[in-house]
Design a protein around this ligand. Structure first.
Ligand SMILES: Cc1ncc(COP(=O)(O)O)c(C=O)c1O
Length: 399
């Protein structure tokens, strides 16, 4: 049988990262590839306690259908935390619980974009978002970024020259894969440009609470007075990704359209887990939990960065102030995918930069390393093997 697939999905390639997950099924492979948090951070005992209470006392509600916008108490707790701690969300905003941050991206694309609309985003960027945007038939235009995040002069040029730019998609804090954070002045500039060209901004912010050094920078959404910023968040990196709990805080008109789109997609996010996380947030000290995650990951970043540092100027790599990734770049002319193949032969997985390229045919000198999932021993062993792969690449393909 041959299938005539929709134009919408035919052009979308499977995420290279999800494909790498298959390689990782080999227990002998050291993964520096995934974007996963460490299972050591999962509050399993606490979730077990609240889950058994739910089954014992509120099974009827927890196992029933729920409302699309999300479980009321969890919506309120999430909105209150964003508002009181980070000044995210105003009187005209509303909040919807989504099935992971990924669904927030999908709903954003579904409610805003028509085929042919232009979306501007950092080059490189998160493949899961790029594929969501591509699936709507949007045209993606990559805007270069430097150590301070997206380049505002380049953004201004892109806004000026693009046909009907509709959305700026950005990961301003601990960008995936770049690790960069958009400086506060650039945040103001981005909002001013968005206002000038009347485009919306999708601020994808799943990592901001995982800061290890430096000073926090205000969320774009906290600087937004016009309802122009759609704030996308997630509990994946701070509680657990398997729960699939994310949220969107945006102007209520946008959220009400998202509710309609979500009804069509999955009716509502898993109610049992929404109730479990709501109880968890109520009973336990979430900030202390995040502080423990930060302490663990800061140590792992130090350990991995020491190896990268020893590569000297053969590889350029920004030391990120937070997040889960190191973004490394080989000298000009070298291909990050070639390094990842050599590493794979040594049973170490890293993600080639081409997986994050806005232009899919691009050869990238970049590669992304993750330091949250591997243990200390795996980081040491993995980086020794990766260093051997790097030496082989530089030796055999001198350019
Ligand atoms: C930048 C970014 N946005 C969104 C997501 C989606 O995460 P989730 O759907 O697990 O909340 C990820 C996951 O890695 C990400 O890196």
């Amino acid at each position: 049988m041959t299938s005539d697939f929709s134009r919408r999905i035919s052009g979308v390639q499977p995420s290279a990262i999800r494909e790498i997950f298959k390689v990782l099924a080999d227990p002998g492979v050291i993964s520096l590839a995934a974007g996963s948090p460490s299972p050591e951070t999962f509050p399993a005992a606490e979730l077990a306690a609240v889950s058994s209470e739910l089954f014992a006392q509120r099974a009827g509600a927890a196992l029933q259908y729920g409302i699309t916008e999300g479980y009321g108490p969890l919506r309120e707790q999430t909105a209150a935390r964003l508002r009181d701690k980070y000044r995210v969300g105003g009187p005209d905003d509303d909040l919807i619980i989504t099935t992971g941050g990924q669904q927030g991206l999908d709903l954003t694309a579904k409610v805003l974009l028509n085929e042919g609309d232009t979306v501007l985003c950092e080059e490189p960027s998160f493949i899961g978002a790029l594929n969501c945007l591509r699936a709507t038939g949007a045209r993606l235009v990559g805007v270069p970024a430097d150590e301070g995040g997206m380049d505002m002069e380049a953004l201004a040029r892109a806004l000026k020259s693009a046909v009907r730019p509709k959305l700026i998609y950005t990961i301003p804090t601990f960008q995936n894969p770049g690790g960069t954070t958009l400086s506060a002045p650039r945040r103001e500039q981005m909002l001013a440009l968005a206002r000038q060209y009347n485009v919306l901004v999708a601020e994808d912010d799943p990592y901001f609470e995982l800061r290890y050094t430096g000073q926090p920078v205000p969320a774009l959404k906290s600087l937004d007075e016009e309802g122009r910023v759609i704030y996308l968040g997630s509990y994946s990196k701070t509680i657990s990704p398997g729960l699939r709990l994310g949220f969107v805080c945006a102007h209520r008109d946008i959220v009400s359209k998202m509710i309609v789109a979500k009804q069509v997609s999955d009716v509502h996010t898993n109610l049992f887990f929404q109730m479990a996380v709501s109880l968890y947030l109520d009973r336990y000290d979430f900030d202390a939990h995040i502080a423990a995650c930060r302490a663990l990951y800061a140590g792992r970043l130090d350990r991995m960065y020491a190896h990268v540092n020893a590569w000297g100027d053969r590889v350029s790599c920004l030391r990120p102030e937070g997040g889960l990734f190191l973004w490394c770049r080989l000298p000009r002319g070298y291909d990050g995918a070639a390094l990842c193949r050599l590493a794979g032969a040594r049973k170490v997985a890293a993600v080639p930069g081409s997986a994050f390229a806005v232009r899919e045919d691009e050869i990238s000198p970049g590669f992304r390393l993750n330091f949250s999932l591997p243990t200390d021993e795996q980081i040491t062993q993995g980086m020794i093997l990766l260093t051997q792969a790097l030496e082989e690449l530089l030796e055999t393909t001198k350019n």
